[in-house]
Design a protein around this ligand. Structure first.
Ligand SMILES: [Zn+2]
Length: 219
């Protein structure tokens, strides 16, 4: 038993070191439980336990049926996410909206060709609904990439923490009047065009009117 828990701790440390070293990119998918079990030479249940611990720290996030994604290279987002979770979802959405508007404004000013290409590719994949790329796609990737394009790492960390608080709340059923909605791709297209053209006022306005359209309020 002691052997078992020691192995579990070692597995957590090793997996955490792999994440921190950037072995997989943020929002990238890690190998399957079976692949990691084979690589680390441990049982699948040990991998499952390690993934659960790192998910609790906000570093990983399992997306049912799609795999497990890297959300943060350090545990700080997990702490922020836990803190956000102590507030009402309405408060969380208000702050998330403010961050999205600011991110769109900054993204239009600070956009880079590489960042724009990633955002355009994510949008095109969403629009085409290509099943072949579906599994590799992260839920909410368009918005996460847009926030990255702001070039503000603190803003990106805060945004990711709020997203993870919302997703975790929905997964636990704690936000039972809040459900994911189908994204309005034409609004993403308009927002993307405004950012590409460097029109920060228009981008901020479009982000403000689009905010929260990824969620449905059932009350
Ligand atoms: Zn959206």
């Amino acid at each position: 038993m002691a052997m078992g828990s020691e192995r579990a701790r070692d597995t957590v440390k090793r997996l955490q070191a792999d994440i921190t070293s950037g072995r997989w990119p943020i929002n990238g998918r890690i190998p399957t439980e079976a692949e990691l079990a084979a690589e680390f030479g441990v049982g699948r249940s040990t991998i499952r336990e390690a993934v659960r611990s790192l998910a609790h720290l906000g570093m990983l996030e399992p997306a049912p049926g799609r795999g497990t994604f890297v959300r943060s290279l350090n545990p700080v987002r997990g702490v922020l996410s836990d803190f956000a979770s102590t507030h009402s979802w309405r408060d969380i959405l208000d702050v998330r909206r403010a961050l999205e508007v600011q991110a769109a404004d900054l993204a239009a000013q600070r956009r880079t060709p590489e960042g724009l290409a990633k955002l355009r590719a994510a949008h095109d994949a969403d629009v085409s609904g290509d099943k072949a790329t579906e599994r590799g796609r992260t839920p909410g990737q368009f918005h996460a990439l847009l926030v990255d394009l702001s070039g503000n790492a603190l803003l990106a960390d805060l945004y990711a923490s709020l997203m993870s608080a919302l997703r975790e709340g929905m997964r636990r059923g704690a936000l039972d009047n809040l459900q994911p909605a189908v994204e309005r791709q034409e609004e993403h297209g308009a927002l993307l065009a405004a950012i590409e053209s460097g029109n920060s006022t228009l981008a901020a306005g479009l982000a403000a009117s689009h905010a929260c359209h990824d969620l449905r309020v059932l009350d």
